[in-house]
Design a protein around this ligand. Structure first.
Ligand code: SF4
Length: 295
């Protein structure tokens, strides 16, 4: 089930801090604060890919790869140091002095999650488990145990040994995996995610991960050349999810969302809120799943 909305939170897609996902909070290279609708409040993002490296090339990706990324590599120690410092700065009121966070009260500035989410795929870093350990250390030692640790991933690396060790650390520290699945067929996956990784590997990784812990599926629905996902593709996508649950995998929630900002490909466009809700409702009816909608 999705967490209930906190009525005190004034989170809407119109808020400056929601619209503004720039990862340029001064003096930090690998961490950034953002008001996240999906976190339902303040999220501290951890960007393990300032170099913009990813093994997907999604048609809707918001990362501007026309400009080179930063040639700096995070280490577990540098992430831990920055995260400790960011938590300390937030407690001293740093966000209240930033116009992007103006008008939010203390409750709204409570940290809801630490999210591995940045300019690329976080599981591409070597020793991913040591980064999870670093974030778990901040969460524990700074007394922020109300906050989840979320891994937002395209699932391609969930079978790597260091990532699997990292997932076990996540499990022990209030963690969640949010795995991308945008397609039901190899063909649609190639069209939307444009990855060299085999689609079957993505499916196997999601299933295996969901067998070991409940996971969240993130699906971006969009229009391609003016057409939303065709019924046959939607049926195949639902069947992939049914196969995961039939095998014993647990899907805690499906997050249905669409393109938020202009896509780099002119033939890829966002759905209206009504169109997205129609997909979400079809998912609820067919799978009986909890579906959160983020137009
Ligand atoms: S997986 Fe994420 S970072 Fe990578 S191309 Fe897709 S949207 Fe961009």
């Amino acid at each position: 089930m999705s967490a209930p909305e906190n009525p005190k939170l004034k989170i809407s897609s119109e808020m400056a801090a929601v619209r503004d996902h720039r990862r340029d909070f001064p003096a930090f290279r690998f961490v950034y604060p953002v008001i996240s609708r999906r976190a339902k409040g303040l999220s501290l993002g951890i960007n393990l890919n300032p170099d913009k490296r990813c093994n997907f090339n999604c048609v809707y990706c918001e990362v501007d790869r026309s400009r080179p990324g930063l040639q700096i590599q995070p280490t577990p120690e540098s992430v831990r140091e920055e995260l400790d410092r960011l938590v300390g700065a937030i407690r001293e009121g740093a966000l209240g002095r930033d116009p992007r966070f103006a008008g939010l009260d203390a409750a709204e500035l409570t940290i809801r999650d630490f999210a591995f989410s940045g300019d690329g795929e976080p599981t591409l870093v070597p020793d991913f488990d040591r980064f999870v350990e670093a974030v778990a250390g901040t969460r524990r030692d700074c007394g922020e145990e109300q906050a989840k640790i979320v891994l937002i991933t395209n699932a391609a690396g969930l079978d790597k040994a260091a990532v699997r060790r990292g997932l076990r650390i996540l499990d022990a520290n209030g963690g969640e995996v949010w795995a991308k699945l945008d397609a039901g067929t190899e063909e649609h996956y190639r069209l939307v995610n444009r990855s060299f990784v085999r689609f079957q590997r993505i499916l196997d990784n999601i299933r295996r991960t969901a067998l070991e812990r409940p996971i969240v599926i993130q699906t971006l629905f969009l229009k391609i050349r003016g057409e939303p996902m065709p019924p046959a593709e939607f049926d195949a996508y639902c069947r992939r999810l049914e196969e995961i649950t039939a095998a014993g995998g647990r899907i805690k929630e499906i997050q249905a969302y669409t393109i938020a900002r202009p896509a780099p490909e002119p033939w890829a466009a966002r759905l209206s809120a009504e169109e997205l809700e129609a997909f979400a409702e079809a998912l609820r009816r067919r799978l009986g799943a909890a579906v959160g909608v983020y137009p």
